[in-house]
Design a protein around this ligand. Sequence first.
Ligand code: HEC
Length: 179
Amino acid sequence: MQFSRMEKLGFGVLMTAWVVWGTNKIGNTLVHADEPEKMGFEVAVADQGGAQEAAAPKEAEKPVMELLASADAKAGAKVFKKCTACHSAEAGAKHKIGPNLWGVVGRPQGKAEGFNYSGTLAGLSGTWTYAELDKFLSDPKAYAPGNKMTFRGVPKNSERAALLVYLQSLSDSPVPLPK
Ligand code: HEC
């Protein structure tokens, strides 16, 4: 099959437009992923993240227990937005799709009153320590196979550390961070 010059030209223009559009799309997605939802302190947080990653790429992957001491509850509150569709966080608030998380640190696993847990979670007999929450939230499915929290987890250590210190704040008597 032969293409006329016009056809080749047209095809070329289309390809170029497509590549430009595609690059733009990807660019936007990358930029938006880091774009803060609100202006203010969160800008600082986003910037800090970028700078830290550039300066010390491994920092974010230190074990969460080591990151806790320097983690920022405000950054954690931002991560917690991923949870609020299913979890309330105020004292005495109603359970949503998931149990209320007020005072979850130090609480027995699967025992919030009035919440209908899956057999898997109800069957756990431990306590939600920082270490257990860390493991659970990094990969909920792997931690408790068959649980009904349809959430893929928070894979980034720095985000999980921030989230844990935010969860710590959801209490009248916050559980001290592990040494
Ligand atoms: C799509 C809804 C959904 C999202 C999003 C979600 N969860 Fe859950 N979560 C649940 C459900 C449902 C359960 C109860 C699971 C069960 O009974 O198997 C649960 C259970 C838990 C538990 C155990 C509580 C207890 O009393 O034992 C913790 C801790 C928890 N979630 C934390 C989080 C955090 C932190 C986030 C955000 C990073 C989050 N969840 C995101 C639905 C969700």
